[in-house]
Design a protein around this ligand. Sequence first.
Ligand code: HEM
Length: 86
Amino acid sequence: GLTGLLRIPPSVLKMHNKPDDAWSAFQGKVYNITPYLDFHPGGRRELLRVAGRDGTNLFAKTHAWVNVDFMLDECLVGFLVSEPSS
Ligand code: HEM
C-alpha cells in the first residue's frame, strides 16, 4: 500500500547521491537504487549517473522497454513532488 511512502522534493532527492545511499526518480516515483547497483546489466557506473537525480530521460534513451515499476517495486521510497515554496 501507500503507507510509509514519502513525498520527496528534488532538494531531498539530491542528498541521496552516493553509491551507498543512492535514490533516483523514474516517472515520478523515487527508488532506492543502491541494492540494484550490482545487478544492473548496464553496470554500476551507468546507473550511478542518475543517483540523486531524475533519471527518467536517460532511462527512456537507453531502454524504454524495461519496466522499472515491476523490477524495483521493493525499492520504492516515495513520490517526487515539486519543491515547497517558502
Ligand atoms: C541495460 C535495468 C537505469 C543504462 C539494462 C538492462 C536492464 C536494465 C534490465 C538490460 C536491458 C536489455 O538487455 O534489454 C535498469 C533499471 C534501471 C536502469 C531497472 C533503473 C533503476 C539505467 C540508467 C542508465 C542505464 C539510468 C543510463 C544512465 C543502461 C545501459 C544498458 C542497460 C547502457 C545496456 C547494457 C548493455 O547492453 O551492454 N538496464 N536500468 N540504465 N542500462 Fe539500465
